[in-house]
Design a protein around this ligand. Structure first.
Ligand code: ATP
Ligand code: MG
Length: 356
C-alpha cells in the first residue's frame, strides 16, 4: 500500500515538474537559470530576446550580457539571491548577442534545478515604459517652458501695444511708408503673444457661454480658406444641424480654424479637405480630415504641446489652443493619422459643457 502511494507521489512530482518546465518554456518573458555565472537553461522567449540560439547561450557566461561596470553589482545580486535574500527588481541595460542594447527590469531568486541549487533570473523588456517616461518628461519640460513663455508674453505685450499706439499717432502727423510696414510687423508680434496668452491663460479671456450653431460656423469658416484652396477640394458632410451646443464661441471658432488651417497646410500640392458634422450619443461630432502628409507615430504624443511644430514658420500653438478649448468644454478629441495618407481630427462636443 505504501509503495503504491509513494509511486503515485513521485508521478505527481514528475507531472508537476513537467508542467512547471512547460510554463517556463512557453512564458513570454525571458527566463534563464544559471549557476556559478554559467547559463544552464534559457527559455525560447529568452533566446529570441537575446538574439541567439539556445545552443549558443547555454554554457556561456551570464555576466557577458552586462557591461563591465555593472558586473560587480550583478555578481553581488546573484550571491544575495543564492543566500535566499529577497532581491528587488532592478533596471539595467543589457547587451544582446547581436550587440544591440536594451533596457530591462530583472530579478533573481534561487531555484532547485535537478539536484543543484541554482539561480533563476527573469528579464522584462522595459523599452516602451522608458520611452513613455521620457516622452512625459519632455512634455512636462515643454509645458513648463510654455508657462514661462506665457509670463514673458504677458510682460512684453503691454509695451508693444503702447508702441503700436504711438506709431499710429506718428502716422497721423508724419506719414512714411516704413511706418505701415512697422505697424504690420508689430501686429504680427502682438498676435503671436495674444495666441500664446490665450492657450496658457485662457481664463484671461472671459467670454460668455452662448448657443453655437456649429454647422453654420463650419460653413462660414470653410469660406475663409477658399482663396487658398485652388488645388484642394472641400467636401462638406454636415448632418443633424438642428443640434446646437453651448460654449465660448470665439474659442470654438479659433479651434475649428486652427484644425482647418493645419489640414490645408498638410496638403501643399493638392488633396481633399473633408468637414463632417453629426449628432451621436448625446455629442455633436466634428471631423476635420485631410489627405495630406500625415503625422509620424512618434510625433503623435507631442500634438498639443506648446511650441511643437514641424513647420518653418509655425509657432506650434494652434493645436495647444484646440486641445485647451476642447478640454475646457469637457469635450473629447482623438487623432487618427497615416503618413502620406492623411489625418483626421475627431472632436466630440457636449451640448452643454457643464461647470465652466
Ligand atoms: N492635419 C495635420 N497633418 C499633418 N501634420 C499635422 C496636422 N495637424 C498638425 N500637424 C503637426 O502638428 C504640428 C503642430 O501643429 P500646430 O497647429 O500646433 O502648430 P503649427 O501648425 O506648426 O503652427 P501654428 O501655431 O501656426 O498653428 C504641426 O507643425 C504639424 O507637424
Ligand atoms: Mg497650426
Amino acid at each position: 500500500m505504501n509503495q503504491v502511494l509513494e509511486s503515485m507521489k513521485s508521478k505527481e512530482i514528475l507531472n508537476s515538474e513537467a508542467m512547471y518546465k512547460q510554463i517556463i518554456e512557453y512564458s513570454v518573458e525571458t527566463i534563464f537559470i544559471h549557476l556559478e555565472s554559467k547559463f544552464l537553461y534559457i527559455n525560447q522567449a529568452g533566446a529570441d530576446f537575446l538574439k541567439a540560439l539556445k545552443g549558443e547561450i547555454i554554457g556561456g557566461n551570464v555576466l557577458s550580457i552586462f557591461s563591465e561596470d555593472e558586473k560587480d553589482l550583478i555578481r553581488e545580486r546573484i550571491e544575495q539571491a543564492m543566500c535566499g535574500e529577497v532581491t528587488q527588481a532592478i533596471e539595467k541595460t543589457i547587451i544582446r548577442f547581436d550587440g544591440s542594447l536594451v533596457d530591462v527590469e530583472l530579478y533573481c531568486h534561487p531555484v532547485q534545478y535537478g539536484d543543484k541549487r541554482a539561480i533563476q533570473t527573469v528579464l522584462r523588456d522595459i523599452t516602451i515604459r522608458k520611452e513613455t517616461e521620457k516622452m512625459l518628461q519632455d512634455r512636462q519640460k515643454l509645458a513648463s517652458i510654455g508657462q514661462i513663455a506665457a509670463g514673458i508674453a504677458h510682460e512684453v505685450k503691454n509695451p508693444l501695444t503702447s508702441v503700436k499706439g504711438f506709431l499710429q499717432l506718428l502716422k497721423e502727423t508724419n506719414s512714411h511708408p516704413y511706418l505701415f510696414t512697422m505697424e504690420n510687423e508689430l501686429e504680427k508680434a502682438i498676435d503671436t503673444l495674444q495666441n500664446l496668452l490665450q492657450v496658457s491663460k485662457p481664463n484671461l479671456h472671459e467670454e460668455p457661454i452662448i448657443k453655437i450653431d456649429v454647422c453654420k460656423e463650419l460653413n462660414s469658416l470653410m469660406l475663409l480658406f477658399q482663396d487658398k484652396l485652388y488645388n484642394i477640394e472641400i467636401k462638406m458632410d454636415v448632418r443633424d444641424c438642428d443640434k446646437h451646443i453651448l460654449g465660448k464661441k470665439n474659442l470654438y471658432l479659433k479651434a475649428f480654424f486652427n484644425l482647418m488651417k493645419n489640414a490645408v497646410e498638410a496638403m501643399p500640392l493638392n488633396g481633399i479637405l473633408r468637414i463632417e458634422h453629426y449628432f451621436q450619443d448625446d455629442y455633436v461630432h466634428v471631423k476635420i480630415s485631410d489627405t495630406g502628409v500625415g503625422i509620424p507615430k512618434e510625433k503623435m504624443n507631442l500634438l498639443g504641446t506648446p511650441f511643437f511644430s514641424s513647420k518653418t514658420d509655425g509657432t506650434g500653438l494652434g493645436l495647444t489652443q484646440v486641445f485647451t478649448t476642447i478640454n475646457d468644454h469637457n469635450g473629447q478629441i482623438s487623432v487618427h493619422s497615416v503618413v502620406n495618407k492623411g489625418t483626421t481630427f475627431h472632436l466630440k462636443l457636449p451640448q452643454n459643457p457643464g461647470g465652466m
